[in-house]
Design a binder for this molecule. Sequence first.
Ligand SMILES: CC(C)(COP(=O)(O)OP(=O)(O)OC[C@H]1O[C@@H](n2cnc3c(N)ncnc32)[C@H](O)[C@@H]1OP(=O)(O)O)[C@@H](O)C(=O)NCCC(=O)NCCS
Length: 148
Amino acid sequence: MSFRIERLVEKHIGGAAVVLVNAYALPPWNESWSLEAAAENVTYVLETPRSIALAAVDGGKVLGIALGIRQRRHTGPVIYLDELSVQPDAQGKGIGTALLSAMFETATAEGCSSVWLISQRAGALSEFYQRCEFAMRSDLGLYSRSSG
Ligand SMILES: CC(C)(COP(=O)(O)OP(=O)(O)OC[C@H]1O[C@@H](n2cnc3c(N)ncnc32)[C@H](O)[C@@H]1OP(=O)(O)O)[C@@H](O)C(=O)NCCC(=O)NCCS
């Protein structure tokens, strides 16, 4: 599949939102994102100073996105990967791997010492990230408190 990775800019927001909606409608997530909610997520990252937003594009069509937010740590800046998704009919063709790699390279070029993300502890996604050289932390857990 031919695609190229470029900085995600305003003209990509609609296509990026469609990718997010379609990617999360399937297992293992089965989530019902509205286009409006997805576009808000993408726009938020774009509006965050020094964020890294990337799109895999084929002839103007957005096939995948990677959204990273820059954070400051005591060791220096890092990138939190808030979103990685690929259009379902374009999955399994190397786009996700290429986006992850481009995110890491861009983050490094912009002075960040690491890229981190939250995902499933086991299964295909976990294997995917580990194949892409992301190591899983065994000493940390994810905490949340909900209102409902
Ligand atoms: C995870 C994801 C971004 C990978 O993108 P991709 O373009 O399919 O990735 P690649 O083609 O580079 O690599 C494919 C590998 O991803 C793994 N994978 C994980 N989840 C997958 C899924 N839902 N569909 C297809 N492959 C998946 C497979 O093991 C596959 O390996 P294989 O080619 O040896 O079978 C993409 O599957 C996706 O958008 N999934 C839904 C959204 C999501 O889960 N995002 C990450 C949240 S933390």
